[in-house]
Design a protein around this ligand. Structure first.
Ligand SMILES: [Zn+2]
Length: 271
């Protein structure tokens, strides 16, 4: 059967001699895997269609699980996202996150538009640490794990102050803090942004100026949430962490003070 879809390339891997397999996120068929024959050959007409982040119009034959590209056309190459180090790192993270969090064949029209808007925002120079946090929230919601932010998950109290409990499912009021001692205390600005991101259509994302401390808390809160509920173990995250130098903030074990040396342990004499 011949399909024709718009899609965003969220994964591209080598396959056999000179070919590639791409995973597209499409509005109507969710994720679709397509073989692009000869994609790696220099003169290939379709090489650019197989590049990560490309937005294109794809026609492919499909009978089993994988399709085979018949023809296609680039609608937007998103070349900016392949340049430098930072752009590719952020965009690759968004692509991998999408690939891992979404099941095959899940209709994904809304998410498709969110990812496309995310790529456009990154390509357009909007603050990637804001764009990605907003996109993470879209993924979380699409996967069915939206946090409850406006009232206490435990008792329903809608009066703050709240703490953010990943295992609890969202906000915990002061009467219920004891239910999750690891719940995070967050700045008001972080609560506000979490709520905004949950409701926001990324196609309408403007330029939001966010303080560094707010960004760090946002990242921590969303990461805790994703680790608790999605557990994706993303390859692209390690590089991004190094890039953002946020690894230390999140590696609590590394930050925990060393236990005092036992008697007889040889120290180096400095304090
Ligand atoms: Zn409560």
């Amino acid at each position: 059967m011949l399909y024709r879809v718009e899609g965003l390339v969220i994964r591209s891997t080598d396959y056999g001699e000179g070919n590639k397999i791409v995973t597209l996120l499409t509005p109507s068929y969710g994720k679709q895997g397509i073989i692009v024959r000869g994609a790696k050959k220099l003169k290939s007409r379709y090489g650019a269609l197989a590049q990560l982040f490309t937005y294109g119009d794809y026609s492919y034959y499909k009978s089993g699980t994988l399709g085979t590209l018949n023809s296609g056309e680039i609608l937007e190459s998103f070349q900016e996202l392949r340049e430098g180090l930072e752009g590719p790192a952020y965009a690759a993270y968004a692509a991998e996150l999408t690939d891992r969090a979404i099941n095959d064949d899940e209709a994904a029209a809304y998410l498709f538009h969110q990812l496309k808007a995310c790529q456009s925002a990154l390509a357009g120079g909007k603050d990637p640490q804001v764009v990605l946090r907003a996109y993470e929230m879209k993924i979380i919601a699409a996967a069915g794990y939206a946090p409850m932010l406006d009232e206490c998950v435990s008792c329903g109290n809608d009066g703050g102050p709240f703490r953010f409990s990943s295992v609890g499912g969202g906000a915990l009021c002061s009467r219920c803090w004891h239910r999750d001692t690891a719940a995070l205390e967050l700045e008001d600005a972080v609560w506000k942004l979490l709520r905004v991101f949950l409701a926001l259509d990324l196609r309408r994302l403007g330029n939001i100026a966010v303080k560094p401390s707010t960004k760090r808390q946002l990242q921590l809160a969303l990461r805790r949430w994703m680790d608790t509920h999605l557990n994706l173990n993303l390859k692209s995250r390690g590089f991004l962490d190094q890039w953002e130098k946020y690894g230390d903030l999140l590696g609590e074990q590394r930050r925990r003070p060393e236990p005092p040396p036992q008697n007889g342990d040889a120290g180096d004499g400095t304090v």
